[in-house]
Design a protein. Structure first.
Length: 330
């Protein structure tokens, strides 16, 4: 059943992309723009620019299991946002198994700084940047929404002087607390025998004596895991966040979204959790059109300083439920 739904989603992506390709161009695509470099490797993103820009931008974190590559970029995931006038930045970060989660976080921070520094070139407002992603991409989106920071005014590189804060987040099924994963006290450290993503948790530090990267000890590992858990960075000034999560997700527990939305509520941050009844991890059919439409509404509301267009928008901090995934497509 799960494989069939995944296959259906891939077909839907392909069909949507093919249908858009057959239409007269309403947007342009610039590929492999270099936003940074590390260890001699270029960090790149693709930029999708609509014919009529609304002045705001949305970053799409290209990441699943903290795997990221150019081939994962699908125009279908940008079409709804482009139709609203958003300039869309598909950001590829350093991928596991070569790079770990903190390095992925560092890359997306760099991407935001680059976009903001070059806002005039992209014809966007550098103070109207949203971010989205799914699973690991959702995790990275929340890290930017909760832990983005001001730049270093003394940095030699002008990009590093810019802020990496974003103004709105909308994401799917994100991990948010690796120290309480599924239930209180259950840790996800990458050491568990059943853990599916050991490489991105293989944290190492540089040893100046041996001039090699060596594994960290358990205490340091737990500190790093906490540092890359968005929930521990929630505070009053965070970006408003909309999260969608299936209640049949067997990879990232629904609890991960529930606890961070509750934390947002306590801090007074506008937030909403939409629970997709019967939906698993990224396999429901309404995602590309209906759900990205809701994301676009959220960005309209929080980036364009106007009311959301959808009549189905819910009050902040309200948890809503939808019909089973099989009935979600319209």
């Amino acid at each position: 059943m799960k494989r069939a739904l995944v296959g259906a989603l891939l077909v839907l992506v392909a069909v949507t992309s093919a249908a858009e390709a057959a239409k007269p161009a309403k947007w342009t695509r610039q590929q492999d723009i270099i936003y940074g470099r590390k260890f001699g490797t270029a960090l790149t993103m693709d930029v999708f620019t609509p014919a009529e820009q609304n002045g705001a931008a949305v970053i799409v974190c290209i990441s699943g299991g903290w795997v990221s590559n150019h081939e994962q970029i699908q125009p279908a995931f940008a079409i709804t946002l482009l139709s609203r006038g958003y300039t869309v930045f598909a950001v590829v970060h350093g991928s596991q198994p070569k790079f770990t989660i903190p390095e992925c976080v560092e890359d997306v921070n760099r991407a935001v700084r680059y976009i903001r520094t070059h806002a005039d070139d992209f014809k966007i407002d550098g103070d109207k940047i949203g971010i989205t992603g799914a699973s690991a991409g959702g995790h990275l989106s929340l890290m930017l929404g909760c832990a983005g920071c001001e730049g270093d005014p003394n940095a030699k590189d002008p990009v590093d002087r810019a802020s990496s804060c974003v103004q709105a987040v909308a994401c799917f099924f994100p991990p948010t607390d690796f120290l309480n994963y599924g239930q209180p006290g259950i840790k996800s450290l990458g050491l568990e025998p059943e853990h599916k993503f050991k490489a991105p948790f293989d944290f190492r530090v540089y040893d100046s004596q041996t001039k090699t990267f060596v594994p960290v000890d358990l205490e340091t590992r737990e500190k790093i895991v906490k540092e890359v858990s968005p929930i521990y960075h929630v505070n009053e000034g965070d970006a408003p966040a909309l999260i969608m999560h299936g209640d049949a997700d067997d990879l990232v527990p629904l609890q991960q979204s529930e606890i961070i939305v509750e934390k947002f509520k306590e801090a007074g941050v506008p937030a909403e959790l939409v629970v997709k009844k019967g939906a698993g991890h990224g396999v429901w059919p309404s995602m590309l059109i209906q759900d990205f439409g809701a994301f676009a509404d959220w960005f309209d509301q929080h980036l364009l300083a106007k009311k959301a267009k959808s009549d189905e928008a819910k009050p902040a901090n309200e948890k809503t439920e939808e019909k089973p995934a099989e009935q979600a497509a319209k």
